[in-house]
Design a binder for this molecule. Structure first.
Ligand code: ATP
Length: 300
C-alpha cells in the first residue's frame, strides 16, 4: 500500500502540468544575513513539516500561512526556497498576476488546482509571490475585475482553511506592499505570521558579497568589507548583480585581449576578478538603481 501511495503522489494528471513542482536546492548558507528571519522560518515552516507529530502531541497549531514582506530583491523568494530545501519539502511557486493571466476566467479553479497539486506533492511549500496582486483589499462597489479578485481571495481562504488536516503544506506569501493585502487573509489561521524582510545592513552585505563571489577567482586585493561599506541602500539582488557584472567585465577583458585564442590556450590563462572590475560594476548598478528609484515607485 505504501508503494501505491508513493506512486500516487508522483502520478500527474496531464491538465495540471502547468503548475511546476520543484525540489529546490538552496541551503541556508546561501542566504546572507537575515539570521533572525531564518530562525523564525525554521520554527514556523521547517519544524511543522519535519516534526508534525511533536506539534500534535504538544497541542500546538503551526502557522498555516506566512507572509514575507519587504522591499524588492531582499531575498524573499530565496528564503522560501531555502526553507523548502531544508525541510526536504517540494516547492510550488506561483506569481499572483499569473493566476489571472494564465487561466482567464478560471482563476478560482487555478487556485484549487495549485492546492490539489500541493497535496499530491506533500510535504510542500506553496509560494505565492506578489500576493498583493492576488488579494488586494476588497472595496464596496466592485468592477468585473474586482469580482474575479474577490472570488480568488475566497477560494484561497477556503483552501487555507481546509489545510486543517493537511499539516504538511505551508503557504508562504511574499509582497513588497504589505499595505495592499486583504485584511481577511491576515486573520488567525491564515497568513497569521508576518515576517518583515529588511534591506541588508553592512554585515549582511558583506556576507552576500562572499556568497556571490564564492566561485570566483578573486584577486587578493579585492576588499569585500570595503565593498559592503560602499553599498549602503542596495539590496541582495543588487549585490548579486554587481558580482555578476564584475565577473563579466573580467571575462570581456580576457576575450578582447585574446580574440583568437584556442580553448586550450584560454584554459592556461590566468583568470582573476580584481578590484577595478568591482569598482566599475558598482558604479553601473548604483546608477541603474538610482534611475529606477527616480521612476517614482515607492516600495515602503
Ligand atoms: P522580489 O520582491 O523582487 O520578488 P525577492 O525579495 O523575492 O524579490 P529574490 O528573488 O529572493 O528577492 O532575490 C533575487 C536574487 O538576489 C536572489 O536570487 C539572490 O541571488 C540575490 N539575493 C537577494 N537577497 C539575498 C541574500 N540575503 N543573500 C544572498 N543572495 C541574495
Amino acid at each position: 500500500m505504501k508503494d501505491f501511495e508513493e506512486a500516487f503522489r508522483e502520478m500527474e494528471p496531464s491538465a495540471l502540468r502547468e503548475v511546476l513542482i520543484e525540489s529546490p536546492n538552496v541551503r541556508w548558507e546561501e542566504v546572507g544575513g537575515l539570521n533572525s528571519v531564518k530562525e523564525e522560518l525554521k520554527e514556523a515552516v521547517e519544524w511543522p513539516l519535519k516534526y508534525p507529530d511533536l506539534f500534535r502531541e504538544l497541542g500546538i497549531d503551526p502557522p498555516k500561512g506566512i507572509l514575507l514582506h519587504g522591499p524588492p530583491g531582499t531575498g524573499k523568494t530565496l528564503l522560501a526556497k531555502a526553507v523548502a530545501t531544508e525541510s526536504e519539502a517540494n516547492f510550488i511557486s506561483i506569481k499572483g498576476p499569473e493566476v489571472f493571466s494564465k487561466w482567464v476566467g478560471e482563476s478560482e479553479k487555478a487556485i484549487r488546482e495549485i492546492f490539489r497539486k500541493a497535496r499530491q506533492a506533500a510535504p510542500c511549500v506553496v509560494f505565492i509571490d506578489e500576493l498583493d496582486s492576488l488579494a488586494p483589499q476588497r472595496s464596496g462597489a466592485m468592477s468585473a475585475g474586482e469580482q474575479v479578485t474577490e472570488r480568488v481571495v475566497s477560494q484561497l481562504l477556503t483552501e487555507m482553511d481546509g489545510l486543517e488536516n493537511l499539516k504538511d503544506i505551508v503557504v508562504i506569501g511574499a509582497t513588497n506592499r504589505g499595505d495592499l493585502i486583504d485584511r481577511a487573509l491576515l486573520r488567525p489561521g491564515r497568513f497569521d505570521r508576518i515576517i518583515e524582510i529588511p534591506m541588508p545592513d553592512e554585515e549582511a552585505r558583506e556576507e552576500i558579497f562572499k556568497i556571490h563571489t564564492r566561485k570566483m577567482p578573486l584577486s587578493k586585493d579585492v576588499d569585500l568589507k570595503g565593498l559592503a561599506k560602499k553599498t549602503s541602500g542596495l539590496s541582495g539582488a543588487d549585490i548579486a548583480a554587481i558580482c555578476k557584472e564584475a565577473g563579466m567585465l573580467a571575462l570581456r577583458e580576457i576575450i578582447e585581449k585574446h580574440p583568437r585564442a584556442s580553448p586550450e590556450e584560454l584554459k592556461k590563462l590566468k583568470k582573476e576578478v580584481g578590484p577595478r572590475h568591482f569598482e566599475v560594476a558598482l558604479k553601473k548598478i548604483s546608477e541603474t538603481r538610482k534611475r529606477d528609484k527616480g521612476s517614482a515607485i515607492n516600495y515602503s
